[in-house]
Design a protein around this ligand. Structure first.
Ligand code: ATP
Ligand code: MG
Length: 396
């Protein structure tokens, strides 16, 4: 008996004329996700996507990987059998033997996409129900809340048998919305922000600011580990590691202490968007949430936004920490995020940062970095030049 995976698209159906290109992107993403486990062939028929494992593919692993592909509402492993009741009925009992033994109640659901099939849907249900009850006499039929729903789909080429589908990752296929560049720290929020934007169909690049020797190589490894988790959902991520020490020290030495955080964040934005643009990204992503820390008041956001001339997407802006943590646990980044390695943001944290920085005053203070003696523009150029590119692929 051949086993395949049936895919139910999510929002794709809404996309009208774009639908075709959305589906092509989704098909490519499914193939890429399953490739490490042996590979699959993806084909479409009658508005359903069929995923056929290539010989030797570990279907369990492939399903697990495909359940993280955005743009899928639901997926089912299904048995593929000839379109004859003589083949379908025994196949139902064989393919779902374990589930039928474990359940107390069941129902049969028939879908007849091939209108030429001799039996109508209710007749298929009745025949299958009767056949199952004969072989699993402990079962009773419950059409409202069954333990097990057996679905028989009659399509053009074959019949398919499956139980309840599992939930897909939702969202839109990565690559259908263009590219954005996430400012990734080792914290809890920015990996979640990355995941949320990938879910909306964006391809990801990432920028991390490192300040050795204040920050360690372990901190860099932590960022890579976090992105590897995100990449299981988003696909490959281009990570740029920016040497930020010189600029941070200049800010520390030449700007008022209570403005350090905001000024540092403005320089991060300025550098990030140069790198983002080179990478083809049209927006930055950050993990800020209003009120979470001093640099995340509306006044502070006004100051960081003013340093940007591309949109800054902040998907967790209105979320409580607890809500962000729930997603971090779901995508398995939480345990990595809480490892205690210094981020460059924390190394020069002022004791009393300004919670209501005034943009004009901040820009005035930044003038101290633009003298002959200390040329921040040249430092920025150098930081961009010395940035290291690391290609992050999924962990497994
Ligand atoms: P996170 O949990 O993502 O670290 P946070 O609550 O600690 O966020 P901040 O440290 O103020 O908040 O950082 C706010 C945002 O700035 C982060 O979500 C991230 O997008 C960006 N950011 C902070 N540090 C860095 C860094 N070293 N490199 C790149 N981006 C950073
Ligand atoms: Mg942080």
């Amino acid at each position: 008996m051949n086993e395949i995976i049936l895919i139910k698209n999510g929002e794709l159906a809404l996309k009208g004329l774009n639908r075709r290109s959305f589906e092509e992107t989704l098909a490519r993403n499914i193939q890429k996700a399953a490739a490490p486990f042996g590979g699959v062939k993806v084909w479409r028929s009658q508005s359903t996507m069929f995923v056929t494992p290539l010989e030797g593919t570990d279907i369990e692993e492939a399903v697990e990987a495909i359940s993280k592909v955005f743009g899928i509402a639901a997926l089912s492993r299904a048995a593929e059998v000839p379109k004859e009741m003589d083949a379908i009925l025994p196949a139902v009992c064989e393919y779902l033997a374990e589930e039928l033994s474990d359940a107390k109640t069941f129902k049969v659901n028939a879908k007849r996409a091939d209108k030429k099939f001799p039996l109508k849907s209710p007749e298929i249900c009745a025949a299958a129900g009767e056949f199952i009850l004969e072989r699993f006499p402990h079962l009773t039929v419950d059409v409202h809340e069954p333990d097990l729903t057996v679905t028989v789909e009659i399509r053009d080429t074959s019949a398919y048998i499956h139980k309840q589908p599992i939930k897909g990752a939702g969202g839109l296929p990565v690559g259908t919305g263009g590219r954005a560049c996430v400012m990734i720290s080792g914290g809890i929020d920015s990996p979640v922000a990355s995941w949320m934007m990938a879910k909306r169909g964006l391809e990801l690049s990432a920028v991390n600011f490192a300040s050795p020797p204040y920050t360690s190589l372990r901190a860099e490894e932590k960022v890579k580990d976090l992105l590897r988790k995100v990449a299981e959902w988003s696909g490959e991520i281009r990570l740029h590691i920016v040497p930020f020490t010189e600029i941070q020290e200049a800010i520390r030495d030449y700007c008022p202490e209570d403005m350090l955080t905001v000024i540092m964040r403005r320089y991060m934005i300025k550098i990030a968007q140069i790198i983002a643009r080179k990478d083809g990204a049209l927006a930055l992503i950050s993990g800020e949430s209003v009120g979470q820390v001093a640099s995340q008041t509306l006044r502070a956001l006004e100051c960081t936004d003013a340093a940007a001339d591309m949109p800054i997407l902040r998907p967790v802006i209105g979320m409580d920490k607890e809500e962000i943590v729930t997603i971090a646990r779901r995508i398995d980044t939480f345990d990595i995020s809480i490892l205690p390695f210094e981020d460059c943001c924390t190394v020069f944290t002022p004791k009393h940062p300004k919670t209501k920085p005034i943009l004009e005053k901040i820009m005035q203070a930044e003038k101290a970095l633009e003298s002959d003696e200390i040329n921040v523009a040249a430092m920025m150029e150098k930081a961009v030049r010395d940035t290291m590119l690391v290609i992050i692929t999924p962990e497994r």
